[in-house]
Design a protein around this ligand. Structure first.
Ligand code: AMP
Length: 143
């Protein structure tokens, strides 16, 4: 797939709407539009690489440092008990642009194995509220 057609490249370029919670030189994080739990984020490298196996070594440290920051921000901003971090590589990967799922978790939240139910946000206001909470938590963590 070319970067022209890639939905995540479009969000990175600002051509498609993304509920962005974090951005730096190498990566962007935004809310998953069909979350496993409210606040489910996707962290993507700005360069188009398909899988974890494709990215240059020097990106791994900075990218996972940001995954840690966003995980801490979700815990802090949304007051959840834990975080799931995962990457589908090719199999079960519906968008061929590397993305790290960062998912808020609580005990007994109904997520079981990899056959997790999805739901839609109630409305745009709810989306904006959660986006704001995570962004503010990131700002606090970066001070
Ligand atoms: P995967 O199935 O691991 O490739 O995950 C792709 C994720 O991207 C899914 O959880 C989708 O809900 C999410 N997704 C697809 N399109 C968009 C979009 N335009 N904005 C935000 N999330 C998206």
């Amino acid at each position: 797939m070319s970067t022209k057609e890639c939905i995540f490249c479009k969000i990175i370029r600002g051509e498609s709407e993304g509920y962005i919670v974090f951005e730096d030189d190498i990566s962007l994080a935004f809310l998953d539009i069909r979350p496993l739990n409210p606040g489910h984020c996707l962290l993507v490298p700005k360069e188009h690489y398909e899988t974890l196996m494709d990215i240059p070594e020097e990106l791994i440290g900075p990218l996972f440092k940001n995954a840690k920051l966003i995980s801490r921000a979700i815990e802090l901003g949304l007051a959840v008990q834990g975080i799931f971090v995962g990457i589908n590589n090719r199999v079960s990967q519906s968008v061929p642009h590397l993305h790290i799922h960062i998912v808020p978790r609580n005990k007994n939240d109904g997520l079981k194995g990899f056959f997790w139910p999805r739901y839609s946000y109630k409305d745009r206001e709810t989306i904006l509220e959660i986006q704001d909470k995570i962004k503010k938590a990131i700002e606090r963590l970066l001070v």
